[in-house]
Design a protein around this ligand. Structure first.
Ligand SMILES: O=C(O)CCC(=O)C(=O)O
Ligand SMILES: [Fe+2]
Length: 367
């Protein structure tokens, strides 16, 4: 039949797979040089800063020390751990519990929200795995649920889980609270770049800019040394806010300004949220803020969950270095693109383990 898909195009649900295997199938085994065991996490040259957001958003102006800490975090790591974000530990625990609650449901309940329409056509939103574009694509040891959470008009209700019963209410509340956090961070980013405080926030409050939530579930993996939970990537967002598992580590990051390929473990700091710069900010800031490459490793003893909130611009909007940040001394370093095109590029390149940003970088051969 003409529309029959080859079996390799439909990725397995890893959680189902792991229940029955002693050894990960070869499709999950990464190339020799990319194996987590080859590059055991290195000792930190300096800790990832913990930034108190309440000090950045103080009514009487931001605290200079905290702003300096944020700047150093962004310059050295492209990310930081945020405390003082206003969400209490009980609420973060609740968000984690409904996330786990969803992944712990029976398969047929989760499949009601499958990202394969009619069991075969891949779509961006829903439960399942990444699109498989080639037979030799290395698959990630991870299942996920992808949902658009903002604006209201773009929410696909039918893909929001009915179980656990509190899921939708908790996610809505979490979305509202996270938006406040994103607002504080974006205002600070603009200030640090010498821009008007509302420069980024304004672009993202037009009623069409979207926020996507990605719930990641990494089942226990029998061979964490040869398999990755999530391939190295940087996010296509403006910024990303991540709720990371408070019991099991796994997120690793490279320093954006080092080309040495060294991976560092992101520590678990109770009740802190991880905030990272995304590719769109790297482009708009003309490379002044870099989007860090990160990945998730797996674990033989415990499964792990995380929830990433991706803040993006209107999908039709052009993305390019802001004119205020381009001059003769610092010529533009990135080509113009749109959110929609960039996302498509990112998904395609991600499946091959390549970076989308490299495709829009301008080669400056002037030094
Ligand atoms: O699982 C994590 O800690 C990170 C997840 C992540 O990087 C993503 O979803 O883009
Ligand atoms: Fe990411």
């Amino acid at each position: 039949m003409a529309d029959d898909q080859p079996a390799w195009k439909i990725p397995p649900i890893v959680q189902e797979l792991t229940a029955g295997v002693q050894e990960p199938p070869s499709r999950y085994v990464v190339g020799e040089q990319d194996r987590p065991a080859m590059a055991a996490a290195a000792a930190m040259p300096e800790p990832i800063p913990i930034v108190d957001l309440s000090r950045l958003s103080a009514n009487d102006g931001a605290d200079d020390d905290e702003t300096a800490k944020l700047l150093s975090a962004l310059q050295n790591w492209g990310l930081f751990l945020a405390v003082g974000h206003g969400m209490d530990p009980g609420f973060l625990t609740e968000m984690m519990e409904v996330t786990r609650g969803f992944f712990n449901l029976p398969l047929d309940e989760k499949q009601k929200y499958s990202n394969l329409a009619n069991g075969k056509e891949f779509r961006f939103e829903g439960y399942g795995n990444d699109m498989v574009l080639s037979e030799d694509q290395v698959l990630d040891w991870c299942d996920r649920l992808y949902l658009t959470v903002e604006p209201e008009s773009r929410i696909v209700r039918s893909l929001w889980p009915a179980q656990p019963p509190a899921f939708s209410d908790v996610l809505r509340e979490y979305t509202t609270r996270c938006r406040e956090i994103a607002g504080v961070v974006l205002a600070s980013l603009a200030r640090l770049l010498g821009l008007h405080e509302g420069r980024f926030v304004g672009m993202m409050s037009d009623g069409v800019a979207m926020t996507h939530a990605r719930f990641n579930y990494y089942p226990r993996c029998p061979e964490p040394d040869r398999v990755l939970g999530l391939k190295p990537h940087s996010d296509a967002s403006v910024i990303t806010v991540v709720l990371i598992d408070d019991a099991v580590g796994g997120l690793q990051v490279q320093k954006p300004n080092d080309d040495d390929g060294v991976w560092y473990d992101v520590p678990i700091v109770p009740n802190a949220l991880l905030v990272n710069v995304g590719d769109v900010t790297e482009i708009m800031s003309n490379g002044l803020f870099r989007s860090p490459v990160h990945r998730a490793v797996t674990n033989a003893e415990s499964d792990r969950v995380s929830l990433a909130m991706f803040y993006t611009l209107d999908s039709e909007k052009e993305i390019e270095p802001l004119p205020e940040l381009v001059d003769d001394k610092r010529p533009r370093r990135y080509r113009k693109t749109t959110t929609k095109d960039y996302l498509a590029l990112l998904f395609e390149r991600f499946t091959r383990g390549e970076r989308a940003l490299d495709a829009v970088k301008i080669d400056l051969n002037d030094d």
